[in-house]
Design a protein around this ligand. Structure first.
Ligand SMILES: Nc1ncnc2c1ncn2[C@@H]1O[C@H](COP(=O)(O)OP(=O)(O)OP(=O)(O)O)[C@@H](O)[C@H]1O
Ligand SMILES: [Mg+2]
Length: 505
């Protein structure tokens, strides 16, 4: 007989105006890696928040059983006691505390009346080693990159001796080698009998890891199958309810005049003004074309985007021309004024005001355009917000809904809507489809093609090589802050891009 580490039966969870989960049933066998797949807003994160006690018993209907025993969790700590640890989609570490303090927050080892710091840092170091993170445990979490913070979250979960470990899109911000490390850790945990629930939009990871797979659609459980019985196409059609034969809608673009030109553009580290983070870059982007920027994490791609947009705090040298005019964008307002928009990879930090409505977030960067003598045209604001909710397929009961209650992927779409409303000449997209499901990705690619056909220029930074290859007209490759190669899409391959990205190594 099969033993289930976890059974969730007929779980129903409603929010005002949304039935997030509709009688979902879901079983996970002991010691397996179980992937949970589904479109943005399908209910994956909500289901896991029910399981982890974030939504306590009484706020949902249905039954949770752990090892066959029915459980009612009144709070997160009850779920933790039952061996459940969750790593949320949105990182939840305290940036102003050290790594060690974060790992043991609320569970600090004690000596006498105080905290046993030696013990805390000794233990923390042990867990950091397990996840392959080579930082001293007294480093401030705020000084780490997103990927490194993710690994700290995993170290923290491991330190709680979890029997069921839940990872909600753990690799969205990790480098390739960090992803490899993580997969190694998860396989190792499986050998030690830990059960793992893994949520990801990256189907290649799902197949590399999962023993079995559950697909949710519109708050309902559609299927649970052994991974060996599924392939990417089958999952996609279970997820979106139809076949999706083509992943990248490539259309022929006709580039016009140059919109943006950089000449020997260099930007220096704000904290360390003698260190160039972007070195001597010369490039151009034309109207009506999509230019991709490829490179490994740390190659300076996000820094380049930030510096073009005007949000860079350090010194810049060289020249930047917009429509042939030399400009000095010193603030995001300058960027907007020059017709540049930046859709950032880190929506929490730069993109959104989470407790405000979709409408307010979408209009945030366009208040000037929406106002006459500093009074906002409320009807236009509503009209535009509804337009982008429809165009971007944002799943929400209304434009008055607070952005913080949307699913991760739908929040990302709001950021995109906000910047599209500024009607930029140059749209910079930094990891535009991170956390976005396959069906919605395809819609975003179509939208990019439409915008470019209308004359917009798009600069797309992406770590997903198939996306860069599938959508760009031209590709620049960066390595260590410099551009190391330029390709027409017809000449670009994974191999020659990777070679340029690693500096020919
Ligand atoms: N706190 C909340 N208040 C109101 N609605 C919510 C709340 N949390 C989630 N929802 C809604 O419930 C539905 C399911 O959201 P959920 O976050 O579970 O999706 P998801 O499958 O994790 O999607 P994604 O892949 O985008 O992360 C969505 O329609 C979302 O807007
Ligand atoms: Mg989610």
């Amino acid at each position: 007989m099969k033993t289930y580490a976890l059974e969730m039966e007929h779980i129903t969870k409603e929010f005002p105006g949304v039935k997030a989960l509709d009688a979902v049933s879901f079983q996970v066998q002991s010691g397996e890696i179980h992937a949970l797949c589904g479109e943005n807003g399908a209910g994956k994160s909500t289901l896991m928040k029910v399981l982890s006690g974030l939504y306590p018993a009484g706020t949902y209907d249905g039954t949770i059983k752990i090892d066959g025993e029915p459980k009612r969790f009144a709070a997160i700590k009850d779920a933790e006691q039952a061996g459940i640890a969750i790593i949320y989609q949105e990182l939840a570490l305290a940036k102003e505390l050290t790594i060690g303090e974060n790992i043991f927050l609320g569970r600090e080892p004690r000596r006498g009346f105080g905290i046993d710091w030696d013990q805390l840092y000794y233990e923390a170091r042990k867990w950091l080693e397990q996840v392959g993170l080579h930082f001293s445990p007294d480093t401030m979490v705020g000084a780490l990159g997103i990927g490194q913070q993710q690994l700290v979250e995993i170290a923290k979960a491991l330190s709680k001796d979890a029997k069921i470990l839940i990872l909600d899109e753990p690799t969205a911000a990790l480098t390739e080698s960090e992803v490899e490390t993580l997969m190694g850790i998860l396989r190792d945990l499986r050998r030690r009998g830990v059960t793992c629930i893994y949520i990801s939009h990256k189907l290649n990871e799902v197949f590399a890891l999962a023993d079995s797979i559950t697909v949710l659609r519109d708050g309902k459980s559609i299927a649970t199958r052994p991974a060996s019985e599924l392939d990417e196409n089958k999952i996609i059609s279970l997820m979106v309810g139809r076949d999706l034969t083509e992943l990248f809608p490539r259309v022929e673009h006709t580039p016009g005049e140059v919109v943006l030109e950089l000449k020997n553009f260099t930007a220096y580290d704000p904290e360390n003004p003698s260190k160039a983070v972007i070195r001597d870059i010369s490039l151009n982007i034309r109207k009506g074309e999509i230019v991709g920027i490829a490179g490994l994490m740390g190659a300076g791609r996000t820094e380049l985007a930030t510096a073009i947009f005007g949000a860079w705090e350090g010194k810049k040298t060289g020249e930047m021309l917009v429509d042939g005019q030399s400009v000095h964008a010193k603030s995001t307002l300058d960027g907007i004024k020059h017709g540049i928009a930046l859709v950032s990879e880190d929506r929490k930090r730069y993109g959104l005001v989470l407790d405000q409505s979709i409408k307010n977030n979408i209009s945030l960067a366009s208040l000037n355009r929406l106002s006459t003598s500093s009074v906002i045209d409320a009807n236009e604001e509503i009209r535009q917000s509804n337009h982008y909710v429809k165009e971007l397929l944002i799943k929400t009961p209304s434009i008055e809904t607070a952005v913080g209650t949307l699913s991760g992927g739908n929040q990302q779409k709001v950021v995109l809507g906000k910047w599209l409303l500024t009607e930029p000449k140059l749209l910079i997209l930094d990891e535009p489809t991170r956390g976005i499901d396959v069906g919605a990705k395809y819609e975003i690619y179509n939208l990019m093609n439409r915008l470019v056909a209308e004359g917009m220029a798009i600069l797309m930074i992406s770590s997903e090589l198939p996306e860069v290859l599938g959508m760009s007209d031209r590709i620049y490759v960066m390595s260590e802050g410099a551009v190391t190669a330029e390709f027409d899409w017809r000449d670009a391959t994974q191999e020659n891009i990777m070679q340029a990205a690693t500096g020919g190594r």
